[in-house]
Write a protein that binds this ligand. Sequence first.
Ligand SMILES: N[C@@H](CCC(=O)N[C@@H](CS)C(=O)NCC(=O)O)C(=O)O
Length: 209
Amino acid sequence: MIKVHHLNNSRSQRILWLLEELGLDYEIIRYERDPATRKAPAALKAVHPLGKSPVIDDGEIVLAESAAIVEYLLDRHGKGEWAPARAAKTWPRYLYWMHFAEGSAITPLLLRLYLKPVGEPAARMLAAVEVEIKTLLDFVEAELGDKPFFMGDQLTAADIQMSFPLEAMRLRGEQALAYPGITAFLARIHARPAYQRALERGGRYDVIR
Ligand SMILES: N[C@@H](CCC(=O)N[C@@H](CS)C(=O)NCC(=O)O)C(=O)O
């Protein structure tokens, strides 16, 4: 059975969601963040040298990195249903969003996370990061438009990859109103029974509260 090394409040929630959508059996091995530093416990380093989550162990291999895990699981269990065919004209767009999530969307969010506690000395850099985040959100909003999902009517793994950075943006109140496409996308995925089951199994996931 697939084991998921799952850190609370983290990207590995995405993997639980995919496993639920695929209807696979899996076991969760839980790790709790240090409440002060938010870092993963050292025990995760015994699973993978970087000590980050998600990591899966399916008996044959131990694999880290969300997008790699998603692709691996789809290759073995996806039945061709979670991505356009490689020969399809739409495949490059799918590929783009699969990589955009960790390659571009997360970067300014991490910068904000690290710069905020610095306070005044980092104020100018933080302002630049906020501009970057707005540019990114405007772009995603325009790309989503009124489509239900990133690839149109059908949920694909690109939506699963994009869920975490968009959740981590924590759009609330006026900001949520300014991005109706993203807000509706998040509401749509959060309403899915598989997403709900993954939440129940994964435990507390503050980014969507
Ligand atoms: N690009 C990697 C990022 C992995 C990552 O940074 N995971 C975070 C959880 S959201 C983590 O384990 N943080 C704890 C730590 O750095 O100690 C992926 O998508 O899997």
